[in-house]
Design a protein around this ligand. Structure first.
Ligand SMILES: Nc1ncnc2c1ncn2[C@@H]1O[C@H](COP(=O)(O)OP(=O)(O)OP(=O)(O)O)[C@@H](O)[C@H]1O
Ligand SMILES: [Mg+2]
Length: 218
């Protein structure tokens, strides 16, 4: 089943065309990787379909419903979890509060929030260990794990990770990849999109691989 269908996205920034007709589908239960060198347009693609950048044209449908026009602040309700390339933790909030942040926008009940948090700690025990630490007090690699936990908080249908392995020390990269394997088992219908500049970092996780060059899928 197609979870997310992205069709013919065009984005220009300051009048310069950046994305030129980007189309692809994310299937339920499958992992798609989007590979492209620096500046190829990976982040711009994600920001466009997440509603964080205006598109000149294009459509985004989630389970057949057009969401391309939904304002970004309503996107949490659509069940697409997004871990941006710059992980943007709130430094003065604890790790736990950073994970909980997007769920506040969802207006979840206290019970629902607690049960989702418990599920995330089960998947990522290392987050439970550092839950009381300030967001500003964790390393870059640990911050990526926190950003994954935060994205999982709302990822009911799709999980979108922008260069998650970039700069991760080998031990953390292994932990991160193992966590994605557990997420696969725990949420078999989730559609997963992972970008990287080099396919070497992604190991065997891809069901489908897309290449992007100069704003076009090859
Ligand atoms: N805010 C902006 N202003 C001007 N140009 C931009 C802006 N954001 C992106 N670009 C340009 O758009 C192109 C695509 O950038 P994008 O960040 O999407 O690439 P990327 O594939 O994510 O690269 P990286 O691997 O470095 O993260 C680049 O040429 C970049 O210079
Ligand atoms: Mg990028």
């Amino acid at each position: 089943m197609t979870m997310l269908n992205i069709e013919n996205i065009h984005v220009a920034i300051n009048g310069i065309p950046i994305l030129r007709g980007v189309s692809f589908k994310l299937e339920a239960g499958k992992t798609t990787t989007l590979i492209g060198r620096n500046g190829a347009g990976k982040t711009t693609t994600l920001r466009a379909f997440m509603g964080l950048l205006p598109m000149q044209s294009g459509s985004v449908t989630l389970k057949g419903e057009n969401i391309g026009i939904t304002p970004a602040y309503k996107r949490a309700h659509q069940g697409i979890g997004y871990a941006p390339e710059d992980r943007r933790l709130v430094p003065e909030f604890t790790v736990e509060d950073n994970i909980l942040l997007p769920s506040l926008a969802l207006g979840l009940s206290v019970d629902e929030r607690a049960s989702r948090l418990e599920e995330i700690y089960e998947l990522m025990p290392s987050l439970a260990v550092m839950r009381k630490r300030p967001g500003g007090g964790v390393s870059g690699g640990q911050g990526k794990m926190v950003a994954l936990g935060r994205a999982l908080m709302i990822a009911r249908y799709a999980l979108v990770l922008d260069e998650p392995f970039q700069g991760l020390a080998p031990a953390l990269a292994l932990e991160y990849a193992r966590t994605l394997g557990k997420v696969r088992n725990k949420r078999p219908d989730l559609a997963l999109l992972v970008t990287e500049s080099s396919p070497d970092l992604l190991g065997e996780i891809a069901d489908y691989t897309l290449q992007i060059e100069r704003g076009e899928i090859q």
